[in-house]
Design a protein around this ligand. Structure first.
Ligand code: NAD
Ligand code: MG
Length: 398
């Protein structure tokens, strides 16, 4: 990598967004920030604009964009402030941007990710929901427009690092038997099953190893996160569901593994800090400093492994089921999960209602084949309505 990379960071005020800017800050000679985007955190966005001087700052929310524009007027910055989903698509596809970090959380990230794919960008994909909702359609768009995908999710980044450099989407052809996707098991790995009905959002968001946004933290507590990652691995690496084995590994030191037919198992290890996969993808194929400290094996001392328990983690079972059913089912699963997590975080239903809501929505949703992003958005919206309807009846009977 010799020329400077021009960057759009979608979701710059989030956990992955901040890790990305931390890596950018270490390499002013390698990266130039063209655009930053956020939902509504204007104060953080203003601080990021002052530090990184982007050409564009996009707030999804128009009122917040107005606030930001007025604040920027008080500085000597010439950052242009925009708002709305079309502006997110614009900064993800502009001709002077080479690299798009897709780090918006949830289904909200799908339209800008598609815009980046259509514009043939190098996409650093943290927003796993795009692949879960629209796997085949998104992968086809990437191929059709000559875009490149590099995974930011630590597991998929580890798998990418453990695959042969010339991996072409043919696992058996490269002598690969299966993928071992590691999972920490989250904060409730060994809590009593009875106690799960009473856990609070704060307990669910207190992940033992990773510091992340609230939605993915709850997903880690239900292990839906691992379920979404199984679907993500299926699309990224063309792996059949039966060749993706989830392995609970509470220390989160091995970030995932690839097993070859000769019995070799290649793994990527490191401290649980997202700046490692972020720096790996940002510098790719060159290795660059990330600020992550050396892994101290003597402090780690033990690496443990367990089989996942589908009774404790019904969301993981539902995700495998959605992947096996195919068509619109992963999009239905994702939409119902987003409503379920939001509702739990608002303390309007218990933690244990999350899988119940998702299973209900999957059971009542008709199977259909999706052909376009528009089809995906319609499935997403119908599944959200079905989840809210279920909540109405659940709250009456609870
Ligand atoms: P976060 O909640 O910390 O940040 C989300 C970002 O998206 C923020 O900048 C927010 O302003 C923006 N955003 C939220 N809603 C939006 C909307 N409707 N429209 C536009 N922008 C919106 O989330 P995060 O933990 O950084 O996760 C981001 C993505 O990366 C998720 O898809 C998550 O699954 C994935 N991921 C995160 C981690 C991690 O360690 N945090 C690890 C692996 C994968
Ligand atoms: Mg992950």
């Amino acid at each position: 990598m010799n020329k400077i990379r021009h960057l759009t960071i979608l979701g710059s005020t989030g956990s992955i967004g901040e890790s990305t800017l931390d890596v950018v800050n270490r390499h002013p000679d390698l990266f130039n920030v063209i655009a930053l985007t956020a939902n509504n955190n204007t104060d953080k966005m203003l601080a990021q604009c002052i530090q990184f001087r982007p050409r564009f700052a996009v707030m999804l929310d128009a009122d917040q964009a107005g606030r930001l524009a007025r604040a920027i007027d008080q500085t000597e910055l010439d950052t242009i402030v925009l708002s709305g989903i079309e502006s997110l698509e614009k900064v993800a596809s502009m001709s002077d941007v080479d690299v798009v970090m897709a780090a918006i959380v949830g289904a909200a990230g799908i339209r800008p990710a598609f815009a980046a794919a259509r514009a043939g960008k190098l996409i650093l994909l943290a927003n796993k929901e795009t692949l879960v909702m629209a796997g085949r359609i998104f992968m086809d768009k990437v191929k059709q427009h000559g875009a490149t995908l590099l995974p930011i999710d630590s597991e998929h980044n580890a798998i990418h690092q453990s695959l042969p450099h010339d991996f072409d989407g043919n696992l058996p052809g490269k002598g690969i038997r299966r993928i071992l996707l590691t999972a920490s098991g989250g904060p409730f790995r060994s809590a009593s099953l009875d106690s799960l009905a009473h856990v609070t959002p704060e307990q669910a968001c207190a992940h033992p190893n990773w510091d992340m946004g609230r939605k993915i933290s709850v997903d880690s507590a239900t292990m839906m996160n691992k379920g979404l990652e199984v679907i993500e691995a299926h699309w990224l690496f063309n792996a059949a569901p039966e060749n993706i084995q989830v392995v609970i590994h509470p220390q989160s030191v091995i970030h995932s593994m690839v097993e070859y037919i000769d019995g070799s198992v290649l793994a990527q290890l490191g401290n649980p800090d997202m700046r490692t996969p972020v720096a790996h993808a940002m510098g790719y194929p060159k290795r660059i400093e990330s600020g992550v400290s050396s892994l101290n094996m003597f402090d780690v001392a033990h690496l443990n492994f367990e089989k996942p328990d589908f009774e404790r983690f019904p969301c993981l079972r539902l995700a495998y089921r959605a992947l096996e059913m195919g068509d619109n089912m992963p999009a239905v699963l994702n939409a119902a999960n987003e409503v379920a997590v939001e509702t739990f975080l608002e303390e309007k239903m218990p933690f244990t209602a999350i899988p119940a809501m998702i299973e209900h929505v999957m059971n009542i949703s008709e199977r259909e084949t999706m052909h376009s992003l528009n089809d995906v958005l319609k499935v997403d919206s119908a599944a959200r309505d079905a989840a809210r309807d279920w909540l109405g009846t659940f709250r009456q009977t609870a």
